[in-house]
Ligand binder design. Sequence first.
Ligand SMILES: Nc1ncnc2c1ncn2[C@@H]1O[C@H](COP(=O)(O)OP(=O)(O)OP(=O)(O)O)[C@@H](O)[C@H]1O
Ligand SMILES: [Mg+2]
Length: 319
Amino acid sequence: MTKKMSSKITSGDVPSPRLLFQLSAALEEKIESIQCMKSGKWLVCTDKNNWFLKQYATEKQFMKQWKLTEKLLAVRVYSIIPFHPSSPFIVEKNIFALMPFIPSSSRIYTFQMKKERETALRLLRSFHEQTAEFVGELEDFFSPLNQLTRWQKRLTFFVQSLPQLQHYFPKMLLKRYIEMGEWSLQQLMKRSWKKRDPVIIHGDVVAHNFLQAKTGQLFLIDFDLAARAPAMYDYLQFVNRILPIVDWDLDQVMAHEVLAEFKGEEEFYLQLLFPTDIFRECHRFIRSMNGNYQHAYDLTVINFQKREDFFLKWQNELG
Ligand SMILES: Nc1ncnc2c1ncn2[C@@H]1O[C@H](COP(=O)(O)OP(=O)(O)OP(=O)(O)O)[C@@H](O)[C@H]1O
Ligand SMILES: [Mg+2]
């Protein structure tokens, strides 16, 4: 629903008049309409341009993305969307930033097609190649990510949530996921692994964080979860998202040229056995008790047998 400037602008889904005044002054453009796309994100149409306005949790959250964007643009990486130079806009401690609104192609970008997966992987690889160059310089802006510590916490939360979760999902399956998680974490913790240089990883590799423009250009967006860590973590997330799409055929996924360096790497395969997606979706479901149920149910219940076969196959090979 488009809210015209003449409509009552108060709070909630509509940015405050003070913010709109700041935006209009910085842009030197007349704001004609604001459309809330989803919580904390708006399409701002002016007499000259269309802008994407986003609210950030903290100034630090914004600054890391500003720095990253600045560095990438300096080396002519055009697959990211630049901020408007007047960003951020701060109103009563709320942080907002503007960037051009990119009209997306009529076909929604997903990882369903092989071609889409290939372009996403290549884009990720070039992103990592660039961020490897300046990760040290931006050390203060990007916290290091310790995957195993994070996973241990995720598993612990899942175990603690069992009494609630079992009202929604079969207890037997939930227990089996705990066994899978424990086994893979134990294997990962009991051995020492090859040292991997950190880069800035994207940290949230999902299809909707790739924006396919009407022009055909593909942008990597939303660096809220970017962190200092081995590039491998982004590829693990990617493969984790792809497996249910390709019927758990890991060999088919690993055939992508960008993933060749991880082929035969036990650490990579062991990490894939940790059901992080189940733990994450169940966590979200329990925390918000809203619309994620179907997705959590598909992953947890519908996909169970395929994941079980996948787990047993690779456990046998790696254990
Ligand atoms: N510059 C832009 N132009 C047009 N649309 C955009 C732009 N940036 C983001 N979007 C759209 O808004 C959505 C949400 O933006 P973004 O990913 O930055 O926020 P988010 O808080 O992570 O939301 P989500 O939880 O959906 O990922 C994107 O998936 C994309 O469809
Ligand atoms: Mg996003």
